[in-house]
Design a protein around this ligand. Sequence first.
Ligand SMILES: Nc1ncnc2c1ncn2[C@@H]1O[C@H](COP(=O)(O)OP(=O)(O)OP(=O)(O)O)[C@@H](O)[C@H]1O
Length: 337
Amino acid sequence: MIEFKGITKRFVRDRTPIFALRDVNLTIQQGEIFGIIGESGAGKSTLLRLINGLETPTQGTVKVSGIKLSDLSKGSLRELRLKIGMIFQHFQLIQSRNVSDNIAFALKAAGVKRSDFPSRIKELVALVGLEGFETNFPSQLSGGQKQRVGIARALANNPSVLLCDEATSALDPVTTLQILELLKDLNERLGLTIILITHEIDVVKQICHRVAVMAHGEVVEVANTYDIFSQPTHDVTKHYVDTALQIELPERILRTTPGKIIRLQFTGEKTGESTLSEAIKQFDISVSILHGKVDYIQNVAFGVLIVSLTGPTLHVNRALTWLEEQLHTLEVIQDVA
Ligand SMILES: Nc1ncnc2c1ncn2[C@@H]1O[C@H](COP(=O)(O)OP(=O)(O)OP(=O)(O)O)[C@@H](O)[C@H]1O
């Protein structure tokens, strides 16, 4: 378990204080895939670097497996760091060494006996699916393969936690999916806690169990991934979700569409279409669908429809109340008489 309590991190640049983190309180459970999402400068990297002691908080405490990092000696901190693997956006491989030797470097740093190197390298290469590439140099590997080497190196010391710093940001969408699948597989097979920072909500959608949304150094929302998509509360989160589902209506459509424009969400078994047709019948109103999308988050259907309702005001209002009761999540985006 990783715990941040009352964390503030202040940097000073040109004599001006910069608050990278402000009163962050967060608990990450063992075995979770935990996402931290936010725009550039939100404080994600600083938060991640507190976990392995690369940064220290100005205020507050960080605990890893119940141990307060500020209580550790330099030696103990070094030991703890070996139990926390890290991968990076630009892989950070040694260009002059082949795949096996890159992994061997990490094994050496972890204090593994040299006689154990061949078997451990074989094991790690198999774990990340790089069999046959052992003698390739980084320049002879694709981006996805380079990240696989990065992951093999990070796992050299059998860590219990893997920190991923924008690990898929330099990869194309297909390779990104493959690397995320690998991370998910490692989480399930090894019980590895994975903490990943990203600015892409799609990454969160693919693999995270829970997510923290950050803005201006603060954690503005924490929830499980399904809830983040189905009931975002903070504006920053709503914007991410809308972008991921591509359900923002062009301004021109909003301006020229009459009636009440509503956004309704439906989940699992209750489909939006059937509820809407029921409303049309019951309240004698007209409904035009302006936008619609169904997505799957952790294998549960999640849909959004944007529709305009027209008809006598009384009927439309009654239909609205009824729809709200049926679907629970309904938002009036525009109300033009
Ligand atoms: N060593 C430092 N000295 C001064 N300011 C820093 C330092 N490290 C980070 N900052 C500042 O702290 C704030 C948070 O930075 P951080 O790198 O944690 O954000 P981030 O969300 O990871 O951004 P990015 O996605 O661009 O990496 C930024 O304003 C940044 O400029």
